[in-house]
Design a protein around this ligand. Structure first.
Ligand code: ATP
Ligand code: MG
Length: 308
């Protein structure tokens, strides 16, 4: 990895990072931003290089087996979460990456504290886990639709006062605990505009090959657009921390969203800088002894040709 490449990645993602303790307003980030890049000139090449870089770093992360990486993906419907995961992770070894999609909680999940089901799916050391929706739904959909909170059957004292502030603090503390134990957290909010979402939902109706993706629930959820924007702005303002910052990924241009998402994940891996474990002098001697033993077992060595 050249310093120039690492520097270019850092510069690309800097404007997307939400500063700690920022006070964001809804709609503050431009979903159409492309960082001065052009689809035809930069699009394919940059993504391919980003994917190659992730492939290399993921294999080193697995070999080193010290750090794990949790990628949190949050977005409104049709923002492109699935496509981003597919493209960005296209080169990595599937054994080292796990994707978990969090849906409406099951009765068993509702029987526990609000972070329980997410804790079950954290990455191990050497692994990357991707949360397709995440613990952040607990301060987003649950806030926009409070009937979800009723289903959680909290005791009265846990609902008193500013429940959302308490959840933000609990999430920040949990993420700090994970970071302090070697787990890096990459948080990506795919920020799509209302008009682009409308076009994508329409496309799911108009194109037969996309009909399967259409869900009436997505159109219903769109009616709560402003409430979601408020909930996202509050959540981003309270949970972008030095140990687990949020990045707002402009998502109106899919090609740029994929490059930006790959760049943020790559930047984290570059920072971890995982190395293949080095073999010391004794280890090298040991390897050479095994090599001699294996060489001695070759068919040529076991049955030397008879001299004529
Ligand atoms: P896609 O539509 O691309 O398959 P998706 O993430 O939208 O992906 P769906 O099955 O359509 O998946 O929706 C999952 C639903 O689960 C979303 O409406 C989301 O708001 C809801 N959900 C996720 N977490 C929670 C939660 N903690 N409490 C209540 N609802 C949740
Ligand atoms: Mg959906």
């Amino acid at each position: 990895m050249s310093d120039i490449q690492a520097d270019r990645i850092a510069r690309l993602i800097a404007p997307l990072r939400v500063p700690a303790r920022a006070k964001l307003c809804p709609g503050q980030y431009d979903p159409g931003y492309t960082g001065g890049l052009h689809r035809h000139r930069d699009g394919t090449d940059l993504l391919e290089r980003g994917v190659a870089l992730l492939t290399d770093y993921q294999s080193r992360l697995a070999a080193q087996n010290i750090h794990g990486v949790l990628v949190v993906l949050q977005a409104l419907d049709a923002a492109g979460k699935d496509g981003t995961i597919r493209h960005v992770m296209s080169g990595v070894n599937p054994q080292g990456v796990h994707v978990h999609s969090f849906k409406v909680p099951s009765p068993e999940e509702l029987d526990h504290d609000f972070l329980w089901r997410y804790a079950q799916r954290l990455p191990g050391r050497g692994e990357i886990a991707i949360f397709n929706r995440s613990h952040y739904e607990e301060v987003l959909v649950v806030r926009v639709h409070p009937e979800n909170l009723d289903r959680q059957r909290l005791p009265a004292e846990s609902r008193r006062g500013d429940l959302w502030r308490r959840r933000f603090r609990a999430i920040n503390a949990w993420e700090r605990h994970l970071a302090g134990n070697g787990f890096r957290i990459v948080k990506l909010f795919l920020n799509v505009s209302k008009e682009e979402q409308r076009k994508r939902l329409l496309e799911r109706i108009d194109r037969p090959d996309k009909n399967w993706k259409f869900s009436a629930a997505d159109v219903a959820e769109r009616q709560h657009w402003d409430a979601y924007q408020d909930a996202y702005a509050d959540m981003l303002s309270h949970t972008s921390t030095p140990w687990a910052p949020w990045y707002v990924i402009p998502a109106d241009h899919k090609w740029f969203a994929r490059i930006a998402a790959a760049a943020v994940i790559a930047d984290t891996l570059i920072d971890i800088d995982p190395r293949y474990p080095a073999v010391d002098r004794d280890g090298r001697q040991e390897l050479l002894r095994f090599k001699s033993a294996l060489d001695a077992e070759s068919p040529g060595a076991r049955h030397p040709r008879r001299a004529r």
